[in-house]
Design a protein around this ligand. Structure first.
Ligand code: GLP
Length: 261
């Protein structure tokens, strides 16, 4: 795992967008794993900018989102399909047929989960997976006690997550209590992972995820097992990390990061 600290939320999101743009230029058939949430909105804004101003081409790439609520129509403004259309898909030249999210309306949700895993396999696996982190330390909707080898499945949301995500639904009682999510095991198979966390609210959970022991209580800690995972944070989210000087040295000196400095 590598931790990269950037001065601001904007700089952290821009760095993530630049990494995605570089990977997409190197491999136009990139299979890109996508995440939702407030943190990612800034990344998608930058990616749209790369497309409009620098002709970043999405026409051959395919995307797989981490998760989707159970029971929401794609047209529902709170569905993750709607989020993706609104923040990214409709502003770039990605082929809508190559954009995938779990279908939270499927009559047989278990079959849908198996089908989603099968689609990822058929596309050759995910090359680059973007991740946010929830207050409960989850990646995707892998809530506390999610098996570290879990696959795509239906997960009941914890009270912490319900509280964190309730606002746009107009209250916890009006939001779905379950979601389909890629499993921790599914995420660990992606070739490269980038977790982005910004703001003071994420400082405690980032310290746990990066420097704490691996535990299914904080599923982001499983990323410590991943061979190629970068955690990109702003100063506010880095506040509780113990080894900040070391992480800063990496970004300032390692050749891999030279082009981004
Ligand atoms: C939801 C998503 C997660 C995301 C998290 C963080 O729970 N399922 O994938 O990481 O929100 O959201 P935010 O960026 O709004 O803090």
């Amino acid at each position: 795992m590598e931790v990269i600290i950037q001065p601001t939320e904007e700089a952290a999101a821009e760095l993530v967008a630049r990494i995605v743009a570089k990977e997409l230029r190197a491999n136009p058939h990139l299979v890109l794993g996508l995440a939702t949430g407030k943190t990612m909105e800034c990344v998608y804004r930058h990616l749209v900018g790369h497309h409009k101003e620098h002709h970043l081409d999405f026409s051959l790439c395919s995307t797989f989102n981490l998760d989707e609520y159970v029971g929401l129509f794609p047209s529902d403004p709170n569905s993750y399909r709607h989020y993706m259309d609104h923040h990214l898909f409709r502003h770039v030249n990605v082929d809508p047929r190559n954009t995938h999210l779990p279908n939270g309306l499927a009559a047989d949700l278990e079959a849908e989960c198996r089908h989603y895993e099968g689609s990822i396999q058929r596309f050759g696996g995910i090359d680059l997976q973007l991740l946010g982190i929830g207050k409960a330390g989850h990646i995707g909707f892998n809530e506390p006690l999610s098996a570290l080898r879990s696959r795509t499945r239906v997960k009941a949301l914890t009270p912490t997550t319900l509280k964190q995500n309730a606002a746009p639904f107009g209250g916890e009682d009006k939001m779905p209590r379950r979601a389909i999510t890629m499993g921790v095991g599914t995420i660990l198979e992606c070739r490269r992972c980038i977790l982005l966390a910004t703001g003071p609210n994420k400082a405690a959970v980032i310290a746990q995820a990066v420097e704490g022991p691996i535990t299914s209580m904080v599923t982001a800690t499983a990323l410590q097992l991943h061979p190629r995972c970068s955690v990109i944070v702003d100063e506010a989210a880095a506040a509780e990390l113990k080894e900040k000087d070391y992480y800063r040295w990496i970004f300032e000196n390692e050749p891999e990061w030279q082009e981004y400095r």
